[in-house]
Ligand binder design. Structure first.
Ligand code: 13P
Length: 242
């Protein structure tokens, strides 16, 4: 299975930034080795879909759990699909932190994304305090228990330790392997055999320098990249590691 390399641009990028996506589309990796997906800010999705030319999959960084209604400033999953987006990220720790999103909110958003026909990248991960207290597995289990949708249709899990995001800190490869194995066990317990088919990404301070090691860890099906996804040069270097 080709590795999945997903860029999350967070709140970065004005119109000129779509040139980076055009370059990623033009010089992308061999599709047998890696697939490139980018989640730009909502404001760039329509332009990004055009320049991505079907080569780079474009997605949203969040969606509302309802299809429409009086929710000023929010974006429905169906609106993303309508723009040509193919996936949505839900439950990112920055949204849990900045917007108070709970596991129940994340679950509702994931199901809205599935209903709109989008692939859904559902993010989970422990804080530094939780890891230091030996609670990593328990935290991941609780997040999955509260946020997993009923079925695995189009579902992808991203393991993003909160303390590794934007810090340059990365868990040891053994710790990544242990977390992914734990997540896999939980997915199978919850979804049955379909749980084997859910891809699990690692995210948190992925760079061209560490991508090959991380992508080589058992059950790491790809990476979710923040800062190092903003330029084509950097993301293509990560994809080349696949
Ligand atoms: P960084 O790659 O900047 O650490 O961000 C990771 C992330 O949050 C991706 O969703």
């Amino acid at each position: 299975m080709p590795a999945l390399i997903v860029g999350n641009w967070k709140m970065n990028g004005l119109g000129e930034a779509v040139a980076e996506i055009a370059e990623m589309a033009g010089s992308g990796p061999d599709p047998r080795r890696a697939a490139l997906w980018i989640a730009p800010p909502f404001t760039l999705i329509d332009r990004a879909v055009i320049v991505a030319a079907g080569t780079v999959k474009i997605g949203g960084q969040d969606c509302h759990h309802k299809n429409s209604g009086a929710h000023t400033g929010c974006v429905a999953a169906a609106m993303l699909a309508d723009l040509g987006a193919g996936f949505v990220i839900v439950g990112h720790s920055e949204r849990r932190r900045d917007n108070g999103e709970t596991d129940a909110d994340v679950r509702a958003k994931a199901m809205a994304g599935q209903a709109a026909g989008l692939e859904v990248i559902l993010c989970i991960g422990e804080t530094r305090e939780q890891r230091d207290a030996g609670q990593t597995d328990a935290v991941l289990s609780a997040q999955l228990a509260g946020s997993l949708p009923d079925d695995g249709e189009g579902l992808i899990i991203a393991y993003e330790p909160v303390w590794a995001i934007g810090t340059g800190l990365v868990p040891t490869l053994d710790d990544v392997a242990a977390a992914h194995a734990h997540i896999r066990r939980e997915l199978v317990a919850r979804l049955g055999p379909a749980g084997h088919g859910v891809r699990i990404l690692y995210g948190g301070s992925v760079t061209p320098a560490n991508a090959a090691d991380l992508l080589g860890v058992a059950d790491v099906g790809g990476v979710l990249v923040g800062g190092a996804s903003l330029t084509a040069a950097s993301l293509l270097a990560i994809a080349a590691a696949a």
